[in-house]
Design a protein around this ligand. Structure first.
Ligand code: HEC
Ligand code: HEC
Length: 216
């Protein structure tokens, strides 16, 4: 519910930031993850091949398996979800699944991904679960549960609203100080939303490249 209240503010923030950050790249120049440029004009007809490429570049494969047979996320191959619900699921955060905004994937992009996964036969073969160290949790779970993906991009690559955080150059102290700088406008930056301990764990995960199957 609170997220909904934030939407108008987010849009305002986005406009303000877009105005002063016009010539800054929207995506981070990191080697670990370079978000592809979204296309604005959807292809004339659903293009499953293009969908497969997008599926890989946007790292759906890392969680749903190379052939969409399921892993961290359920199987998408041969999904019976209607397209509207499929798009909705793509747009929503479902920890550890990040939300993908229209700045990341247009509806046309999602339609191509949908065209590809629905062209695949449903498979019973599910990839092995992710192994984490003792006491570790999936970094993506902390990232998405804390709502950071909504502004900083699905994989912390940056968005029109907020800077990239993957492979940040900040020291841990500077990271925490920057996080707490303005908790009135951005309540998700506040200690009620994320404790210092979890922010520090998230920091380690970000510095290590924000791997979608990595723990923290
Ligand atoms: C960090 C892991 C992760 C990434 C990356 C990810 N997903 Fe998911 N996805 C999940 C999880 C977990 C769920 C929810 C549980 C489930 O459906 O198994 C989910 C659910 C979904 C659903 C709803 C499925 C249903 O039957 O309700 C769709 C559709 C989906 N993801 C599509 C995508 C697409 C497309 C991408 C890439 C653009 C993507 N996901 C990237 C983990 C991920
Ligand atoms: C409502 C949008 C929004 C959400 C949600 C959000 N941020 Fe931010 N974040 C921003 C904006 C805008 C900035 C840049 C302005 C600022 O630093 O206040 C920023 C800046 C930061 C910075 C400083 C980066 C730098 O280089 O100075 C850190 C660190 C940060 N965010 C971490 C997080 C973490 C961790 C989360 C999740 C717990 C999160 N943010 C959630 C909008 C958001």
């Amino acid at each position: 519910m609170r997220r909904l209240l934030w939407i108008p503010l987010l849009l305002l923030l986005g406009t303000a930031l877009a105005a002063c950050e016009d010539d800054q790249p929207r995506t981070s120049p990191d080697s670990a993850y370079q978000a592809p440029e979204p296309t604005t004009v959807p292809a004339a007809a659903p293009a499953p091949d293009r969908g497969q490429t997008l599926y890989n570049t946007w790292r759906c494969a890392g969680c749903h398996g190379e052939q969409a047979q399921g892993q961290v996320g359920g199987a998408l191959a041969g999904t019976t979800l209607p397209f509207e619900q499929f798009v909705q699921a793509v747009r929503q955060t479902r920890p550890p699944k990040p939300a993908f905004s229209t700045a990341e994937l247009t509806d046309g992009d999602v339609r191509d991904i949908y065209a590809w996964v629905t062209s695949l036969p449903a498979s019973a073969e599910v990839a092995a679960a992710v192994q984490l160290g003792p006491g570790e949790v999936l970094g993506m779970s902390v990232w998405t549960q804390s709502g950071c993906d909504a502004c900083h991009g699905a994989f912390a690559q940056g968005s029109p609203y907020a800077p990239a955080l993957v492979e940040t150059d900040l020291s841990l102290d500077d990271f925490l100080a920057a996080l707490r700088r303005d908790v009135t406008t951005i309540p998700e930056h506040g200690p009620d939303a994320i404790s210092d301990e979890w922010a520090a764990r998230l920091y380690r995960w970000l510095v290590a490249g924000a791997s979608i199957t990595g723990g923290c």
